[in-house]
Design a protein around this ligand. Structure first.
Ligand code: ARG
Length: 484
């Protein structure tokens, strides 16, 4: 904490030094996360104040030069302060003299902090978005390579119907696609400017809110000053979207843990751990941690919701403790998403074992019932026949016997026995299920076409937003250069 020994009496006056609760009041350490954001927000505000002739170009130049020096020294060199906003202002005044205090004209820390959180969070959400795309690329690749790899499909963890690894992977690509969409929607509501809301009740100064929004790369402003300075629904929405993503990840992780346990898939050593005592062990620890991140994220939602619930309008200091839930959640979930992508992308599927196991537990039973139904037997009766066969050997012979008992006529009068035999073959059974979205290789290939189209659109959406932020960076720097 070097550099933080100087006191903040410039702004606090001696009466509000915080006393014994000083550390409790302060968010300075946690605010390191928004140090760069606060400098940008300060710059945009000061440029706007000068453009609107609320401060002189000379004062703006002094403040902007001081901000550049503060940036070089870094967050660790800031003087003490209740938060980064106050510490930066103190450092500016130390550098420029009292006129530096004009930088806080027509604003409050309330609109300032809200702007900083939004400014930083959009970068973090872009990273999370990138991670979802990377994961979808990995899933799509598995779906392509394992398009014809028959495997057992489960309900209630019991063999249910044969599917393919491609169908499994495509199913998760479509789930994660919705997570991408949810995060993009959250992004749109993050990326609006609260600046100019001031404490909550606007300002007497003739400010240009659209201009600060533009300089910071926001897509627009939050109009009502009270809403602008005090709403945190954007945090809740983002953390909820991340929690939903983490829940999807936990499902992928759990499936892979089970599949690895059954020998269906080998995880790469990079995504496995060994035991400190049992030398033969290769454990799916990485995926177990991914599974657990869903708990962290749910905790983030819970913590944030509980903090925000019932807060009176407008700013209350509770909000200071709301923000870290968003940082910890976005960090954990982005990392878990990248790790899941790595684990999925490097796993090897054991095709032979999967093929052998695909028919286990009479998993083709539904296909046989479907075949009988397609040949005129009411599906409910077909279900009864196959259920009886399942209890008496689960093979062709058992089906013939059960059919004869129930239908009171030989099975070959109803359906070609060769077709029944084919329906008992897992691979043929999968190939038959070619309804839209089904597991048949052609049906999965069609899903992958849509997956590629969506991936392309989402890559572009992320690139557009990243480019817009970079353009705003450059525009802000240019605007600053007119004064320094
Ligand atoms: N550090 C505070 C936060 O993170 C912002 C300060 C506003 N403080 C105040 N007393 N109005 O929310």
């Amino acid at each position: 904490m070097s550099g933080q020994e100087s006191d903040d009496s410039v702004i606090r006056r001696d009466r509000f030094s915080g006393g014994p609760a000083r550390g409790f009041l302060s968010s300075l350490e946690a605010d390191e996360r928004i140090f760069a954001a606060d400098l940008a927000v300060d710059r945009a505000h000061v440029v706007m104040l000068a453009e609107c002739e609320i401060v002189t170009a000379e004062v703006a130049g002094d403040v902007l030069r001081a901000l550049d020096a503060i940036e070089v020294d870094g967050h660790g060199a800031l003087p003490a302060g209740e938060d980064v906003h106050e510490a930066i202002e103190t450092a500016v005044i130390e550098e420029t003299g009292p006129d530096g205090g004009k930088m806080h004209t027509a604003r409050s820390r309330n609109d300032e902090v809200a702007a900083c959180i939004r400014y930083r969070l959009r970068e973090d959400v872009l990273e999370a978005l990138e991670a979802t795309v990377t994961l979808r690329e990995a899933l799509t690749e598995v779906a392509e390579t394992e398009l014809e790899t028959t495997m057992p499909g489960y309900t209630h963890l019991q063999p249910a119907q044969p599917i393919t690894v491609g169908h499994w992977a495509a199913s998760y690509e479509q789930a994660v696609r919705r997570d991408t969409e949810r995060l993009l929607e959250a992004y749109a509501r993050i990326n609006v400017s609260p600046l100019g809301g001031a404490a909550f009740a606007g300002t007497t100064f003739d400010i240009d809110r659209e201009r600060t929004a533009e300089l910071l790369g926001f897509d627009g402003i939050l109009e009502n000053s009270m809403d602008a300075s005090s709403s945190r629904d954007f945090l809740l929405e983002t953390v909820q979207a991340l929690s939903t993503l983490a829940t999807t990840l936990s499902g992928i992780a759990e499936d892979l843990i089970i599949f690895a346990n059954r020998g269906f898939v080998d995880l790469a050593d990079d995504y496995s751990s060994t035991s400190s005592i049992m030398p033969q062990k290769k454990n799916p620890d990485t995926l177990e941690l991914v599974r657990a991140v869903a708990g962290d994220a749910a905790g983030g939602v819970q913590g944030l919701t509980t903090t925000l619930k019932g807060l009176p309008r407008a700013y209350n200091r509770d909000l200071q403790r709301a923000t870290p839930h968003a940082w910890s959640t976005v960090d954990a979930v982005s990392e878990a998403t990248r790790v899941t992508a790595g684990a999925v992308g490097t796993a090897t599927w054991n095709r032979d074992l999967l093929a052998t196991e695909a028919g286990a537990g009479f998993s083709t039973a539904t296909g046989v019932a479907d075949l009988l139904a397609a040949n005129g037997v009411p599906f409910r009766t077909a279900h009864e026949i196959v259920a009886e066969a399942a209890a008496n050997g689960a093979d062709l012979e058992a089906i013939v016997a059960a059919a004869e008992a129930v239908l009171e006529t030989p099975l070959e009068d109803v359906v070609d026995l060769a077709a029944v035999e084919a329906a008992l073959d897992p691979e043929a059974s999968v190939a038959e299920r070619d309804s839209v979205g089904g597991p048949a290789p052609d049906a999965v290939a069609a899903q992958l076409g849509a997956a590629e189209t969506a991936l392309e659109a989402h890559r572009e959406a992320i690139a557009d937003r990243t480019a817009a932020l970079e353009a705003a960076h450059t525009a802000l720097r240019e605007a600053v250069m007119a004064y320094v």
